[in-house]
Design a protein around this ligand. Structure first.
Ligand SMILES: Cc1cc2nc3c(=O)[nH]c(=O)nc-3n(C[C@H](O)[C@H](O)[C@H](O)COP(=O)(O)OP(=O)(O)OC[C@H]3O[C@@H](n4cnc5c(N)ncnc54)[C@H](O)[C@@H]3O)c2cc1C
Length: 508
């Protein structure tokens, strides 16, 4: 027992557009020979020790070993690999940096993993029109580094030093500054995509919006189920004239939640509003040593950016709101070094939890911002009911919660209980009028929750859309959609699956 859960649940919760049968060993061997010819022997991994690197993404509880992993060196090599898989009828999964937290890049057993990590070139920078064209394996932070200091790329996942732009596009990733600036979808203006049949197409371009149906918008957030992005045109923004950052400490998450609502209601649009609870403060402090008062119930990090005079005036208002809501300890970053330390402490929160607990689940739910205090209290009550530790660190401005459910996978049944508790937290978000995911995607982990948000008709419409792009069901099968359907199968009246009847699977 090591805290891991079954990689691929079977039955009604399993796969949407799924190939009917696994390819024979002979077909797989011929495919791999062809893939080796495309990428070169050096970039095709088949041995168990090489494949271990790729057996999970950031959601470590699920593992699965692909038949082979290939690392193409160009868009054309990606196209040829996908085409070879299509002709062999073998499923494949795209992978960027593997930092996803919903099992999206989890390989399909006996399938091929197509890894974008060699596609790392910044292809073109157009400063005048504030555009940059990159390959999908470029890390998020490398985009701002390439266009800076006068320009920057706003979506900033906390994983930005490792996660890839291809992964960001597939997950429609967010980050601390998305409250003011929006998500990845607001910055992608063009994509080169290899479709699941191996055809290479271009969607959009350098312009802000292309005529016709929004296929670009459809692809962003499609979690690797509609094809592989091989080039990405991004919009970048002028860097703000000034940035002012503070961190305020409170005696309760309710007070801190109240401060968030009041700041936003007063018409201030901070670049970021991030919250950490007592456990997250303690863990991060042990790692970042920012001098945070361990034991305080909540820390609120607020950053204003923009024109100097506006920032200065509104910053005083933010300090006033924090104090009015009960904070007696408001620390303003005196210089860039201190600001960086505040951010380091916030961004260290996920990895730092590793010091508090051998394992944890990162949950990702959304609630209306005004419901923050009551949902945080509900999470505390659930943690008590389960006798488990839950730390909260999240994008408070967006109401995007990231409860970290701690457990020890060495103890029989704890991983399952932690997963159950995570599910109850998602239910609490839905009851508050929220959503099952804010930015980490549905992937494998959340597909069982999809029917809680969408009816059969909605899921049927999603399925039709997916089949229009991938009729053979080879691109990332088993992710996102909760029910196993083949393309062309008309969603009809619910009939019990034989595995359900046998008590081996459950319908959510
Ligand atoms: C410590 C930590 C902090 C995080 N903080 C945030 C955060 O603040 N905000 C946030 O949104 N996320 C966050 N994440 C989650 C994760 O980093 C993002 O989802 C990120 O976008 C994943 O990028 P990746 O390159 O690692 O993709 P992967 O994990 O490799 O893949 C993710 C999905 O994208 C698909 N994919 C990958 N490349 C391509 C491509 N070229 N074309 C089509 N599909 C592709 C995969 O099939 C998979 O479905 C965090 C993760 C960690 C570990």
């Amino acid at each position: 027992m090591d805290g891991r859960l079954t990689a691929e649940p079977e039955g009604p919760t399993a796969v949407s557009a799924q190939p009917e049968a696994a390819a024979s060993p002979a077909v797989l061997a011929a495919l791999i020979a062809r893939l080796r010819a495309i990428v070169g022997d050096r970039w095709c991994y088949e041995h168990e020790h090489q494949l271990r690197t790729y057996e999970s993404d950031g959601l470590l509880q699920y593992t699965s070993t692909p038949r082979a992993a290939v690392l193409p060196g160009s868009a054309e090599e990606v196209r040829d690999c996908v085409r070879a898989c299509a002709e062999a009828g073998v499923p494949w999964v795209a992978r960027g940096a593997g930092s996803g937290l919903s099992g999206g890049a989890l390989p399909v057993e006996d399938g091929i993993l197509i890894v974008a990590s060699r596609l790392k070139r910044i292809l073109h920078i157009d400063r005048g029109n504030q555009r940059v064209c990159v390959e999908p394996g470029v890390t998020n932070i490398a985009v701002s580094a390439a266009v800076g200091p006068d320009l920057f790329y706003p979506p900033d996942p906390s994983s930005q030093i490792v996660c890839s732009i291809g992964g960001n596009v597939a997950e429609n990733s967010g980050g601390a500054h998305c409250f003011k600036y929006g998500f990845t979808t607001n910055y992608v203006c063009g994509l080169e995509v290899v479709l699941p049949d191996g055809e290479m197409i271009t969607l959009g371009g350098e312009e802000l919006d292309a005529p016709g149906y929004d296929l670009l918008g459809t692809f962003v957030g499609s979690e690797g189920t509609l094809g592989i992005a091989t080039k990405v045109w991004l919009r970048v923004m002028p860097s703000p004239e000034t940035v002012r950052t503070l961190v305020a400490f409170f005696d309760s998450t309710r007070e801190a939640g109240e401060a968030v609502s009041r700041i936003v209601q007063s018409g201030i649009v901070p670049g970021a509003i991030e919250m950490m609870d007592a456990r997250a403060i303690e863990a991060s402090e042990k790692m970042a040593h920012a001098g945070y008062p361990v034991g305080r119930a909540a820390a609120l990090l607020v950053e204003l950016d923009g024109a100097e005079r506006e920032c200065a005036a509104r910053f005083d208002e933010v300090v006033g709101v924090c104090e009015a809501c009960g904070s007696d300890d408001v620390r303003v970053a005196r210089d860039e070094a201190e600001r960086a330390l505040f951010w380091k402490t916030r961004k260290a929160a996920f990895p730092a939890m590793g010091r508090m607990s051998p394992n944890y689940f990162v949950q990702d739910g959304v609630i209306p911002r005004t419901k923050l205090p009551e949902v945080l209290e509900k999470i505390d009550a659930l943690a008590e009911e389960y006798g488990m530790l839950v730390a909260n660190v999240f994008h408070a401005g967006d109401g995007n919660l990231h409860p970290l459910v701690c457990f020890d996978g060495r103890n029989e049944g704890e991983a399952e209980r932690a997963e159950e508790l995570s599910g109850r937290i998602i239910d609490a978000c839905l009851e508050a009028g929220g959503s099952i995911t804010g930015e980490h995607g549905v992937g494998l982990d959340k597909k069982k929750h999809m029917p809680k948000m969408f009816g059969e008709d909605d899921l049927g419409a999603f399925q039709k859309l997916r089949c229009a792009w991938d009729p053979a069901g080879l691109a990332n099968p088993g992710k996102v959609m909760p029910t196993p359907r083949l393309c062309g199968e008309v969603p009809g009246v619910y009939r019990q699956h034989p595995l359900e009847a046998a008590g081996l699977a459950e319908r959510f």
